[in-house]
Ligand binder design. Structure first.
Ligand code: NAD
Length: 373
């Protein structure tokens, strides 16, 4: 059983799908690990570190030769898999709704594409969930980046020259990233408020010492919603939410937006007119910028000034924390393979619940239910 790790090819991608820690653990299961030269460089892992952990460090073509499994952060192009075994598994983030052609190419080439972002949100899969591990770091980084761009301090400071007041931070969307954003802003000393469409988040917001700001006139999503994901809201809800946000946002210094709906463009949460009501020097960080954006006018990887307010967001936020993001991502992959490792077969054998959820292609066909119709 050979597991290959290629260097990431996507622009700006600094993460890597295995670390020396996971190389050791996968080797202990019986796998031979082959890593492309330089694959860990941007995540502060040297070829020497991988060799010391027991991996073979090879050219891309050699690393992938005879591989049973190829692991990536972002799925490689099919051409990069030349030489891998027929029907090899490729475990990575595929962006299956956005990159349908790539999914078709995997099917045609006969590989088994396993989309890590399709991991079901069930308790036993939590440790394999790359969306959660990467969102957690993204929520943290969004606050740190916004604080860095903000020309004022976060905590209240009483100095001999007078008092600096605490920044007011508003977090929109309280999933994994939003909760970490709240916790980070609190640690920095800000006054934090937050909102979501799911009523279950109210308690979570309060447990972190922040203030919930919720639409009460129209019902949102009771409890956790389907599989923890939000769905598109009614027009009536969107109108009530816009009114609530308008009255709240004018008093905020920093807004962090994190709202996503899987497979669809991110919902628009902040309009240009609402931005115009904010204080000059305020910062809006749009974590959904690469999925269409929660904020009107935000542009990935740029700081755009509108009405004296700075709008920002990264196309790949976890890549700004490459070492930690790689460590967590590669543990997710290890946990996934380890949970299904069959000792007699010397390879992982997926069960139906998780296998059917993550498998996009098999035997030359696109087989995932979410991609059909
Ligand atoms: P997400 O990235 O899908 O979305 C971020 C947040 O934005 C969500 O809380 C969502 O409700 C909110 N949102 C969507 N549309 C909105 C709108 N119009 N206005 C305001 N907010 C909006 O969410 P996530 O971080 O993946 O987490 C969602 C839930 O799933 C959480 O409760 C999380 O704990 C749970 N979860 C469970 C597991 C598991 O059990 N294995 C794994 C991951 C997440």
């Amino acid at each position: 059983m050979r597991i290959a790790i290629l260097a990431e090819r996507a622009p700006g991608e600094s993460r890597v799908a295995a670390t020396p820690e996971t190389v050791k653990k996968l080797t202990a299961l019986g796998a031979t690990m082959s890593i492309e030269e330089g694959a860990g460089q941007a995540a502060s892992i040297s070829d020497e570190d991988y060799r010391d952990a027991g991996a073979q460090v090879l050219s891309a073509a050699k690393a992938v030769e005879d591989a049973d499994i190829v692991m990536g952060v972002q799925a490689p192009d099919v051409a990069a898999l030349k030489g891998a075994k027929a029907g090899a598994w490729v475990a990575a983030v595929f962006d299956p709704f956005g990159q349908k052609d790539r999914v078709d190419a995997y099917a045609k080439a006969g590989y088994e594409a396993l989309a890590m972002e399709f991991m079901p949100r069930i308790t036993r899969a939590q440790s394999m969930d790359v969306l959660s591990s990467q969102s957690n770091l993204s929520g943290y980084k969004a606050v740190i980046a916004a604080a860095n761009t903000y020309g004022r301090a976060f905590p209240m400071m009483m100095t001999a020259a007078g008092t600096v007041s605490a920044a007011k931070v508003f977090v929109m969307g309280v999933g994994v990233a939003g909760l970490q954003a709240i916790a980070t802003a609190k640690r920095l000393g800000a006054q934090v408020s937050a909102t979501d469409v799911r009523s279950a988040t109210k308690e979570q917001i309060m447990s972190l010492g922040a203030k919930p700001v919720f639409v009460e006139s129209v019902e949102g999503i009771e409890g956790e919603g389907s599989g923890g994901y939000a769905t598109e809201m009614s027009e009536e809800y969107q109108k009530a939410q816009a009114e609530l946000v308008s009255s709240h946002i004018a008093k905020q210094d920093i807004v962090i937006t994190t709202a996503l709906i899987p497979g669809r463009a991110a919902p628009r949460l902040i309009t240009d007119a609402q931005i115009a009501t904010m204080r000059h020097g305020s910062v809006v960080f749009d974590l959904a910028v690469s999925q269409g954006g929660n904020v009107e006018g935000s542009v990935a990887d740029q700081v755009i000034e509108k009405h004296g307010v700075k709008l920002m967001g990264f196309s790949n936020t976890p890549a700004h924390l490459a070492a930690d993001a790689s460590a967590l991502y590669s543990r997710n992959l290890f946990n996934f393979l380890n949970a299904f490792w069959n000792k007699e077969a010397g390879q992982p054998v997926l069960d139906e619940e998780i296998g059917d959820a993550v498998r996009l292609t098999k035997g030359g066909e696109v087989v995932n239910e979410r991609l059909k119709g």
